[in-house]
Structures are given as structure tokens and as C-alpha cells.
Design a protein around this ligand. Structure first.
Ligand code: ATP
Length: 701
């Protein structure tokens, strides 16, 4: 049975729309080989489209159970799908016809973002609780303020001084909302895991937005030891955190700024069964509620409208979830802007209608069963809330797009290696999913790096999201992790992915060259010692008031010194030792202490053991340094291996993948060169230590 059959596609009567057949891009297997060769991985070349490695999987059967976004709990599903055309609002009125504003050929860009008269971001932003979880708080609490807000209804007029000031202040607040926010959510152990007595290997320190993965490893002699991996993110949410709190931490802060010509994207990433759908489900409805409130209060009578669309990307193809899974086409116009041909967009003005649409869409989504999740999303579902505005307040002309909030429930990042089922369809699904996850990561990196070229064409997902990534955009990534020991490797992969996405997000978006950005990405994957962050003075108190605190500057403790400064002489004839500057803050503290000591006039050490002690301590430091770098290289190798797996499974080369491999190779060679340099230094040091010992013993001490 083909993919479509298995999805139970409906043959609902298509509405009359312009459609253009989209033919999937054919990928050149030879270029697949090229990038593998460039990475020195020719042996993986056989893993191309015609010869994929057997993907294992515990996916047993196809299951078209509805799932996806809705406003309810994880277990709520839509049970009574009706076609959107027949949708009625609660008060019996018919919902706006999709064709009223949707011309059938929906060009995501044809409605140019309107040049709005400058308008303040609602003072909702003033509430610190928007950034920190306060139980029971909702936008309702702000209604009184909003109703009295003098800016209401004035924004279109000539701004007076205060309004202007307020606008500037609000604008600043809006720009304080980081371009990329990475939040991690841990789910509780499930029944299966509890029954198997699986351990919870994740500890969370919410105060420092940090978490530790406790990985059990085996030594060569087969004794067990524990390796700790520490990570720090913008926020880390433990298993007790409610969906309301997740909303407050992630989406609530960006809702007001989509009225400010911002396009925001919120997506969940993680292993299959880690809680992505559970997390994403309630967010769109909560956001719609807040958007409608803002429209009805702050922006009342200002011509704003909310539009709703919901579609999925399955196997690289687009399907309208609100129009009987009608196949959609994507095309680029002359300005390289993406249009989704035939996507139904509905004007909505009440929460009930939105909920019905969400449920309707969820009911239509493609799901399957994986080992970790009986109802696994095998597609990326994209729910978009678009804010549009009628230019002159009248509805004679189509309204223009002002801002957009996209919610993406990504398909599970189950790796080929985890699946035992190697049926072709499953492999194609897996390859497509991995390809898009990889492409998404690349786009986010490129964006945050302000790179001129954003590799949107890496996948359908990124092509579709193109307009959410250009211009003034915000991205919230929620990384979902499973706590059980059996998921340790996946959890580490998810956290490394998240860390690499985050590693470039310092809020300043300064230009960085490709190489250094890649270096940072890779560095970011190395677990950050909490101690070093604390030493940088970042405290919880410092973070309060700053919604999305910037990370401590990683360069301070992550860039190997040998790449920054020329080597200094190690040991001078007068017996005074010059110390290397070290790369970690810990080491810097040590060095500072040692240097303070060495300010005293050097005394001739009569006890050889003292000099030896100093030198031995130094030798130990050198050894530690070499080991640290070796570990870093090993970790980098792990990352490269993981990326390679993804690339192979994604099975789609593309130019950006070539570039990516080249960058990884460069970083690896740099790291290897660094290790070699350190080893030479160590050997040199050992020679000098020997000389020193000879000197000391010949002086008769
Ligand atoms: N934070 C949580 N609290 C309670 N239950 C949760 C939580 N997160 C997930 N679950 C439960 O775990 C199961 C799997 O979650 P979910 O379907 O959201 O995973 P997923 O990451 O979307 O998987 P897939 O990628 O396969 O679609 C569901 O039964 C869900 O209700």
C-alpha cells in the first residue's frame, strides 16, 4: 500500500483553486557521494537512495488515529470531524468563508507586510510574570490595564511625545525578546518505563536553567561508572511543569510582537515519544485566545483580522488538514517567495471556531506507531495564525499580512538505527523527517548568524517556513526529552541539537564568519561546566528582569588558548617559571593566584622538592589540558558521527550539506592540530623538567 493509501486520504471534493503539480526534486546520487568523499566517508556512500542502510523499527502498523494540536490535554482527540466548509461558530453563524479573503492561490508573500503606522507593543510586556512562571496568571489579568490604556485607538493618529517615548520603550522591549529561545522540557517516566524499573537519569536545576544527564558507562574492565553531561539553556522545565507554564515560558512573550510585523515560529523537537505533541497541542489555542484579546482591546477597531490555516508535510508533500487532505503545491514566484497553492485560510474571530479547526486538523493528521510511541506523528504539522490588516479599515481590499505565528509539531526524530522495520515506506519517511530536521537546524543557525545565505531549500519544511525566517523573526524551540535510562543516547542527541541551535544565539546577532560559527556550534555541544558559568557572574538574580538571559560568553572558557595567543616561554634559565594562560575560567583563577605568588622576588629554592612540586603541578596541568582537548576532540567526533548519520539518513545531499561537511572537516583538523601542538608542548615540558632535575641535582641541593 502506498503512502497515501496508508494515510487514509480522503477524496473530498476539491474546491476550485489554481493548482500546479509539484514534482519532487530529484536528488543526484553522485553528489551524495561527493560530500561523503569530501568528508573522508566514502565507505558510507552506499547508503544512498537506492541502498539505504536497513532502518530498524518497532513500527508495527499504520494507525490513522487523530492527534496533534488542540486545546485540550494530551489524551483529547477530535471525534466528530466535519468539513471546514460547514463550520459554524457557537452562536450559529457560519464561519467566514475561506474564499472571502483567501484567493485560492495563497501566496504567503503576496500580502506584503503592511507598513503599519508605528504602534506600541501592548504593555503586557511590562509584566515580569510573562517571563517567569506565576501560577494562575493569564492575559485576563491585564484586561483592566488594557481597557484603560490611553494608547487604544490613538495609535493611528499623530503620535504625541509620550506615545512616541512609549513606543520606543515598547519597541526596545520587543527587541529584548531573543531571536531564538531554546527551552527544554522533561516528561515524567511513563508506565512502561516504570514497569521496567528504568531509572530517571535527568536532574534539573531550574534556578540555573541547567540540567544534568547521568550516563552510565562501562570501563574496559566492565565496571560501571557514571558520566555527567551538564547543559544550560534559556529555560529548563521539569516533569512537574504544566502546559500553562510551558505556554507562559515560550509563546506568551512573542504573542504581542506579531502585531509588530514579526513572524514567529514555535516548534518542538525530540525523540519519538518524548512529549512533542503533548507540549505543542495546547499552545495554538492559548495563543489564539491572547491574540483575539489583544485585537479586542489594545487594537480594537484597527482593522486587524486573524486567519487560520493548518497543513502537514508528509513524505515531502503538503496536505491541507482543513480541506480533506487536499494535496497542496508549493511554488516560488519571481521574487523567490514561496506560495502554497490552494491552502485554505480561514478568517476567525472566536476561540470556539479555532478550537474546532484545530480538532478538525488533528483528526486528519498522519500518525503511525513507533517503538516509543503508539501514536507517533509521522508528519510535520504546521498550524499558522496570521494577523492581517485592512489597509483603510474597509474590507473592500484583501487585508495585508502584518505578522504570523507558526506552530510546528515535528515528526519524531527517531533514527534509522532504532528501527527494525525496513519497509521502504518507513525508510522514506525516516529519511524525509531527518532531512527536514537537519535543514531546519541549518536554517536556524544561518539565521542567528546573520548569514547572507539561508539554506531554505534544504527541505520542504524550511521552504514552507521561509517567510517565517526572514525579516524580523523569532524562533522558540522546545526540546522534549524522555527521562529514562534507555533513552540516554537520544536525550543527549536532542540536547546537543538544542545546544548547537542555542550556541549562536547571543542576542546580538553580530556577523560571524562561517567557520567560527561552526566552531561555536560544535563547542556548544560540549557540556558546559556549571561552575564556569557561575564564575562568570551569571546568577539567578541577575537573570530576573531579563526575560531570556544571554548565556555567559562561551569564548571565555571554550576556545583553546593555542588558537588565541602565541606560545609563551615555559621555563626560564633563572628558574622562574612563566605560566601558560589557560582557557578555562577555573584555570584563569589558578593562574591569577600563581602569578600573585610570583610577584615576590624569586627566592632560590634550596629544597629541590619545592621546585619539583611546582613543576609537577604544572606538568599535571599540562596533562589535564591535553586530556581536556582530547576529550573535546572525541566529543566533536561523536557529533560529527551523529551528523553523518543524520545526513546519510536524510539521504539528500544538496550544496549546503557539502558546505557543512567541509566546515566540520576544517574544525576537526583544527582541533587535531591543537592536540598535536599541545602534545609537543607537553613533550617539550617533560624535557625541560628533566633538565631542571639535572640542574638541581648538579647544584648539590
Ligand atoms: N509532560 C508530560 N506529562 C505527562 N505525559 C506526557 C508528557 N509528555 C508526554 N506525555 C505522554 O507521553 C506520550 C508520548 O507523548 P507524545 O505523543 O507527545 O510524544 P511525541 O514526541 O509527539 O512522539 P512522536 O514524535 O512519536 O509523535 C503520550 O501518551 C503523552 O500523553
Amino acid at each position: 500500500m502506498n503512502a497515501m493509501g496508508r494515510q487514509g486520504q480522503r477524496s473530498g471534493a476539491p474546491t476550485a483553486h489554481h493548482q500546479r503539480q509539484y514534482s519532487d526534486q530529484l536528488f543526484d546520487a553522485s553528489s551524495n557521494g561527493r560530500w561523503l568523499q569530501s568528508a573522508g566517508l566514502q565507505h558510507l556512500q552506499s547508503s544512498n537512495a537506492n541502498n539505504l542502510p536497513p532502518l530498524q523499527g518497532s513500527r508495527m502498523y499504520w494507525n490513522a488515529a487523530p492527534r496533534g494540536f488542540n486545546g485540550g490535554s494530551g489524551s483529547e482527540y477530535f471525534t466528530d470531524p466535519s468539513t471546514p466548509k460547514n463550520l459554524q461558530t457557537r452562536n450559529g453563524e457560519e464561519a467566514e468563508s475561506p474564499s472571502r479573503f483567501s484567493p485560492g492561490l495563497l501566496d504567503l508573500h503576496s500580502f506584503d507586510t503592511e507598513l503599519l503606522s508605528e504602534m506600541s507593543v501592548p504593555a503586557l510586556y511590562d509584566a515580569p510574570s510573562l517571563y517567569r512562571s506565576v501560577p494562575g496568571r493569564s492575559l485576563d489579568d491585564s484586561d483592566t490595564y488594557l481597557a484603560n490604556n490611553k494608547q487604544i485607538g490613538r495609535a493611528r493618529g499623530v503620535p504625541d511625545n509620550n506615545l512616541l517615548k512609549s513606543f520606543v520603550a515598547d519597541k526596545e522591549k520587543a527587541s529584548n525578546v531573543a531571536k531564538i529561545k531554546v527551552v527544554v522540557r522533561k516528561r515524567p517516566l511513563n508506565k512502561k518505563e516504570l514497569a521496567k524499573n528504568e531509572e530517571d537519569i535527568i536532574t534539573i536545576e531550574p534556578r540555573f536553567s541547567s540540567l544534568t544527564v547521568h550516563e552510565t558507562k562501562l570501563k574496559v574492565d566492565l565496571t560501571e561508572y557514571m558520566e555527567k553531561h551538564e547543559f544550560v539553556f534559556d529555560a529548563v522545565l521539569n516533569e512537574e511543569v504544566s502546559n500553562d507554564e510551558v505556554y507562559r515560558e515560550t509563546v506568551e512573550p512573542i504573542v504581542p510582537i506579531i502585531f509588530q510585523r514579526t513572524k514567529a515560529t514555535c516548534f518542538a523537537y525530540g525523540q519519538t515519544g518524548s512529549g512533542k505533541t503533548y507540549t505543542m497541542k495546547p499552545l495554538p489555542l492559548k495563543a489564539s485566545r491572547d491574540i483575539l484579546r489583544l485585537m479586542q482591546h489594545t487594537y480594537r477597531n484597527q482593522g486587524f483580522h486573524l486567519f487560520f490555516s493548518f497543513f502537514e508535510i508528509y513524505g515531502g508533500k503538503l496536505f491541507d488538514l482543513l480541506n480533506d487532505r487536499k494535496k497542496l503545491c508549493m511554488r516560488e514566484d519571481g521574487k523567490q517567495q514561496v506560495c502554497i497553492v490552494g491552502l485554505q485560510e480561514y478568517k476567525v474571530s472566536d476561540v470556539e471556531t479555532i478550537q474546532e479547526f484545530i480538532e478538525k486538523g488533528n483528526a486528519t493528521r498522519s500518525t503511525g506507531t513507533t517503538g516509543a510511541n503508539e501514536e507517533s506523528s509521522r508528519s510535520h504539522a504546521i498550524l499558522q495564525l496570521a494577523i492581517k490588516r485592512s489597509a483603510d479599515g474597509s474590507e473592500s481590499k484583501p487585508p495585508k499580512l502584518v505578522g504570523k505565528l507558526s506552530f510546528i509539531d515535528l515528526a519524531g526524530s527517531e533514527r534509522g538505527a532504532d528501527t527494525t522495520d525496513n519497509d521502504k515506506q518507513t525508510r522514506i519517511e525516516g529519511a524525509e523527517i531527518n532531512k527536514s530536521l537537519l535543514a531546519l537546524k541549518e536554517c536556524i543557525r544561518a539565521l542567528d548568524n546573520d548569514q547572507g545565505h539561508i539554506p531554505f531549500r534544504g527541505s520542504k519544511l524550511t521552504e514552507v517556513l521561509r517567510d517565517s525566517f526572514v525579516g524580523d523573526s523569532r524562533t522558540v524551540m522546545i526540546s522534549c526529552i524522555s527521562p529514562n535510562s534507555g533513552s540516554c543516547e537520544h536525550t543527549l542527541n536532542t540536547l546537543r541539537y538544542a545546544d548547537r541551535v542555542k550556541s549562536l544565539s547571543k542576542g546580538n546577532n553580530s556577523k560571524k564568519d562561517t567557520l567560527s560559527s561552526s566552531t561555536l556550534n560544535l563547542k556548544g555541544s560540549t557540556a558546559l561546566p556549571l561552575s564556569s558559568i557561575l564564575q562568570h557572574g551569571t546568577t539567578f538574580e541577575d537573570d530576573i528582569g531579563d526575560s531570556w538571559p544571554e548565556q555567559a560568553d562561551r569564548e571565555d572558557y571554550d576556545i583553546p588558548e593555542e588558537f588565541q595567543e602565541p606560545e609563551k616561554p615555559l621555563w626560564k634559565k633563572n628558574g622562574k617559571v612563566d605560566f601558560y594562560s589557560m582557557s578555562t575560567s577555573d584555570d584563569k583563577v589558578k593562574r591569577a593566584n600563581v602569578q600573585t605568588k610570583s610577584k615576590d622576588p624569586p627566592k632560590f629554592e634550596t629544597k629541590p622538592s619545592q621546585g619539583d612540586d611546582d613543576l609537577n603541578a604544572l606538568l599535571k596541568e599540562e596533562e589535564d589540558l591535553v586530556n581536556a582537548h582530547r576529550k573535546q576532540v572525541e566529543e566533536t567526533m561523536d557529533i560529527v558521527k551523529e551528523e553523518m548519520n543524520l545526513l546519510v539518513e536524510a539521504d539528500q545531499p544538496g550544496n549546503q550539506l557539502d558546505d557543512y561537511i567541509t566546515r566540520l572537516n576544517t574544525i576537526l583538523s583544527q582541533k587535531a592540530a591543537g592536540i598535536l601542538q599541545l602534545q609537543n608542548r607537553l613533550a617539550q615540558f617533560q624535557r625541560r623538567l628533566k633538565e631542571h632535575n639535572v640542574l638541581v641535582s648538579s647544584s648539590g641541593c
